[in-house]
Design a protein around this ligand. Structure first.
Ligand code: FDA
Length: 394
């Protein structure tokens, strides 16, 4: 079999790239070892796929080279993908500012992409194992479980390492190394934290409670909900900060963002001295969290009237509320991480067409590259943008 373009990986980036290359007149084969295309799309956004973010800019991505994503993101913008889903009649909602989700199901996005591949004339071949990729004169040759395939160009769109049960492999990194490219260290990101005792048991008792927090680590801060879980802490704020957290780092949590707790407590003591501390907390936090805070910090269950608190005691409470230091023991790892930080070093890749600079018949797109978005639809926008840029140039 001979094709102009063989795309490896029928995920977000690969489906987009294959359709675009085929529309551009190339004979395209899209290969995947999985039994279904777009498995991660199907499980994304809680089954509703947060397919883009209207505020996409390169500042929302982590990479050794922060300039690499500029060109593709500029050329294929969120509005372009919105236009595509609208053209296919898919309903969507803006669940949080800029974050667009399917109104019904993530299946709609996979359907859009497979329909595009079908209309463009892409050959989609699933359940195919790729054993070898090598140079073959001016082109490339693949040895697969369904035979030998010759290709003018091979596009690697095999994604990152997160959720191995969904078919994630280090295939793309192996191919990159085989052809002499550097692979930057990989790390699970957008992932919940685990805790050691006593916090593990304490937080488990609060499983299901959610509060708005501002969380900081290293040079980053995020203002988002945090969720207590049986295993530790999750929710958008924690997923976001996990992308900068390194083992051993403490997180600084402001669980009363926007309010100076010290000032507010002193004011309350002055104006309502008979009020219990727990009443004051209860106006700001869910009841279960108030009870937990009171018990962790060995206050009486109701607390004393505010008048009985010294300045030092109020300061200690203010620190717990505005600058609570918490040291996670780790993260849940690849099993639940949404994305992979690191990956194929972009230094050897063209930001225009995603070809390897010394080997233009080999290309890398999507998450396999060292480009990782924040939470909120940025990772799919990168998959679409890199897929389009590469596909149109194949
Ligand atoms: P992707 O992982 O989509 O596709 C890679 C493909 O390559 C897969 O089909 C895989 O089977 C195939 N493959 C791998 N190894 C192979 C091999 N050896 N041989 C053949 N095929 C191989 N992002 C976002 O923007 N909004 C969201 O709502 C979410 N939500 C979300 C939830 C969860 C639970 C996860 C795990 C991830 C998200 N993401 C997300 C991230 C998003 O899913 C991810 O960034 C993109 O799917 C990356 O697209 P790619 O096409 O690069 O890889």
């Amino acid at each position: 079999m001979t094709f102009d373009v063989v795309v490896i990986g029928a995920g977000a980036a690969g489906l987009m790239c294959a359709a675009q290359a085929s529309y551009a007149g190339r004979r395209v084969l899209l290969l995947d070892h999985a039994n279904k295309a777009g498995k991660k799309i199907l499980m994304s956004g809680g089954g509703r796929c947060n397919f883009t973010n209207l505020a996409t800019t390169p500042q929302h991505f982590y990479s050794e080279n922060p300039y690499f994503s500029i060109s593709a993101l500029k050329r294929y913008r969120p509005e372009h993908f919105v236009e595509l889903v609208e053209r296919h009649g898919v309903d969507y909602v803006e669940k949080a500012p800029g974050q667009l989700f399917c109104a019904t199901s993530a299946k709609d996005i996979v359907h859009v992409l497979l329909t595009e591949c079908d209309w463009a004339g892409v050959d989609v071949q699933l359940k195919t194992r790729i054993d070898r990729v090598e140079r073959n004169g001016e082109g490339m040759r693949l040895t697969t479980s369904s035979g030998c395939i010759d290709a003018g160009v091979v596009v690697v769109a095999s994604g990152g390492l997160s959720i191995p049960t969904m078919g994630a492999t280090g295939f793309g990194y192996d191919i990159a190394r085989q052809f002499g490219l550097e692979v930057l260290p990989t790390r699970p990101a957008l992932v919940p934290f685990t805790l050691s005792e006593p916090w593990k048991s304490r937080f488990a008792e609060l499983a299901g409670v959610s509060v708005e927090v501002s969380v900081s680590c290293r040079d980053k801060s995020f203002l988002d909900p945090m969720l207590f879980t049986h295993r530790g802490i999750s929710g958008p704020a924690m997923l976001q900060i996990s992308s900068v957290w390194q083992p051993g780092d403490a997180l600084t949590l402001d669980i009363l963002p926007g309010e100076d707790a010290g000032e507010a407590l002193r004011y309350a003591r002055e104006t309502t001295p008979k009020r219990q501390l727990s009443t004051w907390l209860g106006e700001r936090f869910p009841k279960r969290l108030v009870q937990a805070l009171m018990s962790w910090y060995v206050d009486t269950q109701e607390g004393r009237p505010l008048a009985q608190y010294s300045n030092a005691e109020l300061d200690a409470w203010a620190t717990r509320l505005n600058a609570w230091e918490l040291k996670p023991s780790g993260t849940e790892g690849w099993r639940t991480a949404e994305v992979t930080l690191g990956g194929v070093d972009t230094a050897a890749i063209s930001s225009k067409d995603f070809s390897v600079k010394d080997l233009p018949q080999l290309r890398f797109i999507g998450e396999v590259l060292d480009v990782t978005g924040e939470l909120g639809g940025f990772n799919f926008q990168w998959a679409w943008a890199s897929g389009v840029a590469c596909g149109q140039a194949c």
